[in-house]
Structure formats: C-alpha cells, structure tokens
Design a protein around this ligand. Structure first.
Ligand code: NAP
Length: 437
C-alpha cells in the first residue's frame, strides 16, 4: 500500500448526507487515497446528540458535540449541518484555522456567500460546494471549470425535486395540488412545512448560486424574483397540456443584452415549457439543469437533486479535490465576481405568455380583448375560445386561452390589469410565462 500523507478530515453533521459521507469515507478509504494522493482520515464528527441513532453504523468514539475543538488542526472541514448558524460561524472558524472547507449548505451560501468567500480569499483557503445546487448533479464545476472559456447565455433549471414531483403527478394524473402535496408529505418527498419548496425559496437559493457562478456576478438572494407553485391547479395543467406544454417550476438565470449594456435576470416561477423540450421529460423528484452557452450550445445535466447517499457523492468529489489541492496546490471552486453585471427586475424580462381569461360570451368581446393587448404592445400568436356557460348569445361565459409572442413583462402585467378592468373580462384565470422557446 502506498504510504500517503495523511489529511485530517472533520465532519460537522451526521444526518441524511453526513452519515453517508462518513460511511463512504471509511468504506472506500484506500481507493479515495489513491485518487486524492492523500489518506483522508476522518478524525471526528460533530453533532448535537452523540447518542442519536444514525442511518449507518459509525464508531461511537468519532462523535463529539465540540465542533470548535474538532475544527482546530483539521486540513479539510465538511459542513453538513445545514441552516445559517452555527454553520456560518463554524465555517469561518475552519477557514481561519487554515482548513479548506466543503459544504452543501445552499441556504448559507445564498445568504452569506460573499462573507465566506472573502474570508477564504484572505487566508488562501478554498470553499467547495458542488452539492449545494442540484444535489448529486455535477453543475458547479462544469459552470466554473468546463465552461470557463465560454459565455453562458441562459440556465434553466428544475432544481427542486419536491415541486417537480408534485407538478409531474398533477400533469400525469390530473390530480389537484393539495392532494399530491399530502401524498408527497406522506412519502417523505415534502417536509411537514413545505413552504421552502412549494413557494420557491429553495429553488431561489440555488438560482442565486448558479447565476453567481455563470455570470461572474454577486447575486444576492433578494435579487432573485420568486413565485411558487401553490396557485397551480388542474385547469391550468389541462390548458397547458392542450397547448402542447407542461408546467415546471423553473430557475431561470439569463444574460440580457439591452441598449445600456449587459445585465442579468434571475427568477424562479412556474412556467410553461414545450413538451418536446428536454426539461419536459424530467419526471418525479429528479432535477435537471439546461445550460445554453455561446459556443458549446445546449447542455443538459440530469439526475438526483437530493437524497443522502446521492448528495454524498458530490460532497466526496469535493473532498477529493480539496485533498489534491493540499498535496499539489491549485485553486478550488470559489466564486468569481469579475463581471459584476447589474441584476434587472423581472419587469425588464421578455418572454411569451399564455393568458387564460373568462369573458362575457358576446359579439365584439374578442375584438375588445385584442385591442387592449395590441395597445399594450402584446402581440397575439394564438387564441382559443371555448364556451364555459352557455347564455345563447347573452349572459354566457367563454374561456379565452391566448398565446402571445414575446413581450416585456412590465407591458404584459399592465395589459393584464387593463383587461381585468375592461368590463368584458369576468376573471383573469391565469397568466403563465412560456420558457425555452
Ligand atoms: P440533517 O439530516 O438535518 O442533518 C443535520 C446534521 O447536523 C445532524 O447530524 C445534526 O446533529 C447536525 N447538527 C445540526 N445542528 C447542529 C449543531 N448546532 N451542532 C452540531 N451539529 C448539528 O441534514 P441533511 O439533510 O443531511 O442536510 C445537510 C446539508 O446538506 C444541508 O445544508 C442541506 O441543505 C444539504 N443538502 C441536503 C440534501 C439532502 O438530500 N438531504 C441534498 C442537497 C443538499 P444531530 O443528528 O445530533 O441532531
């Protein structure tokens, strides 16, 4: 056996991901040593409760509640506790103690990323975070390294498994949101408090991380426009299907070229996507990230966005990279803010839309609606009318599903307000963006 140098590895957290990382580090110790060029010695695991039952069997002597002592003297610190504090304080402590750090903590990076990256820069440490966006899917390194010579134009990601599971079942079974959410909670796909997932907060954190890397720009979480999926119902699913679309919760990170120069938009919302688009075939709780780059063209990264052992794979990849850097030097993933492009509000974004209205079923109504859209600089691509309630020419209600050409979001939303107040529109049923066209 090669006599490798030993690197001390401290693990903070032994939950769904941490326990699997600990098990794999021990199980594949020899192979990992060959790949890393150093023996990765797990010196301890900090947890809240040393006696708690773990998903995998681990030697009890590794466990401690004293994270601070464990950090001191470690070469690599893996943070898998989650949350902001004390994770932030421990990571900063690790960096300032001379360790390289590996984390899967999207919440922390999306809110305190610049502070952590700055601290690492100050002391020449590196921060690795492949598991922080889209779990097992390699996307951080492709954006940072493989595409370093290209210009990313747009990223469209399905980066939250819970919402994809819910929307996929609504689409394939015609089920209602609340019914599928209850099932998802029972099966462990959704938390008891599903807000972070269904309202798009989790996806927004990942969007901030991906956009920062792709566009070399600091993207604060507050700059990410966010809408969730709780207002999606089966009638919207039906209308989408009828028009050849499927509804997905998308994280869209886009480079915009305006007269004033380049800027970026980062947004999370449920959107329609053509059924022929590769993202439309992402089913169940899977994740996928579709990247459009100037030279490379379209790339798609697909796989498990969560799961203890799946996420542990991405964490261990980072640990091996950190170990190699210890042995041979070089840089880690870090962040780059070279471009620092302005981030524009969603009103400045251009997409096409599907607008569903309930209108009075009377002659001339369609012309009125078309007139309001045209005045608002929203051009109609398709219109479909169905009678909802027959009034034999008076008093009835018709449903109009209008597909638009690309329009500015600000124009579109002002136009929808005018339609709602026009007197001929009974109800604006839904307004959904169409992405990927
Ligand atoms: P988890 O199952 O809740 O485990 C958290 C672990 O951290 C537990 O072992 C807990 O100790 C320990 N811990 C929490 N607070 C602590 C404190 N104050 N001091 C010491 N230890 C503390 O979390 P997880 O699902 O493994 O997630 C870990 C990280 O990976 C999170 O940032 C998460 O966002 C990210 N991630 C998770 C997944 C996934 O599929 N689960 C996917 C991608 C990314 P006790 O066990 O003693 O309570």
């Amino acid at each position: 056996m090669t006599d490798y140098r030993r690197l001390r590895v401290a693990l903070l957290g032994a939950g769904a991901v941490g326990s699997q990382v600990a098990a794999l580090l021990r199980q594949h110790a020899d192979e990992l040593a060959d790949r890393a060029g150093a023996r990765l010695e797990l010196v301890g695991i900090a947890v809240r409760d040393v006696d708690a039952k773990r998903d995998v069997e681990l030697p009890s002597e590794l466990f401690t509640t004293d994270a601070d002592s464990l950090i001191v003297g470690s070469d690599i610190v893996i943070e898998l506790m989650g949350g902001i504090e004390p994770a932030r304080t421990y990571l900063l402590h690790a960096i300032n103690s001379g360790a390289d750090v590996v984390t899967a903590n999207k919440a922390l990076l999306a809110t305190h990323g610049p502070e952590i990256f700055d601290a690492a820069d100050q002391v020449g440490a590196e921060v690795y975070y492949e598991a922080a966006a889209a779990g097992a899917i390699p996307i951080i390194r492709p954006l940072r390294d493989s595409l370093a010579g290209d210009r990313v134009q747009r990223i469209m990601g399905i980066v939250n498994g819970t919402t994809n599971y819910i929307l996929d079942r609504m689409d394939t079974e015609g089920a209602e949101f609340s019914q599928v959410l209850a099932d998802a909670q029972r099966l462990g796909y959704a938390e008891a408090d599903p807000t972070a997932d269904v309202e798009g907060y989790d996806a927004a954190q990942k969007a901030a991380i991906l956009a920062s890397l792709a566009f070399h720009t600091t993207v604060p979480l507050e700059a990410v426009h966010r809408e969730g999926i709780s207002s999606i119902d089966s009638s919207m699913m039906d209308a989408a299907r009828h028009a050849g679309y499927v509804i997905k919760l998308l994280a869209v990170c886009e480079r915009l070229t305006e007269e004033s120069g380049e800027s970026i938009s980062v947004r999370v919302y449920p959107a329609l996507i053509d059924r022929a688009h590769p993202l439309a075939s992402v089913h169940g709780a899977n994740n996928a990230v579709f990247v459009q780059a100037e030279a490379a063209g379209n790339l798609m990264f697909y796989g498990a966005g969560a799961g203890g052992v799946q996420t542990a794979s991405a964490v261990l990849g980072d640990v091996v990279s950190a170990a190699r850097r210890h042995i041979a030097g070089g840089v880690g993933v870090g962040e780059s803010t070279l471009a620092n492009l302005p981030i524009v509000p969603v009103g400045r974004v251009t997409t096409s839309y599907q607008i569903t209205l309930e209108v009075d079923d009377q002659p001339g109504v369609l012309a009125t609606v078309a007139g309001i859209l045209s005045e608002g600089r929203v051009s109609i691509a398709t219109v479909e009318q169905t009678v909802v309630e027959s009034g034999d020419g008076t008093g009835g209600v018709a449903r109009l599903v209008i597909g638009t050409h690309k329009a500015l979001e600000q124009d579109l939303s002002e136009t929808v307000d005018r339609l709602a107040a026009s007197g001929v529109v009974e109800r604006v049923v839904s307004v959904l963006r169409v992405e990927g066209n």
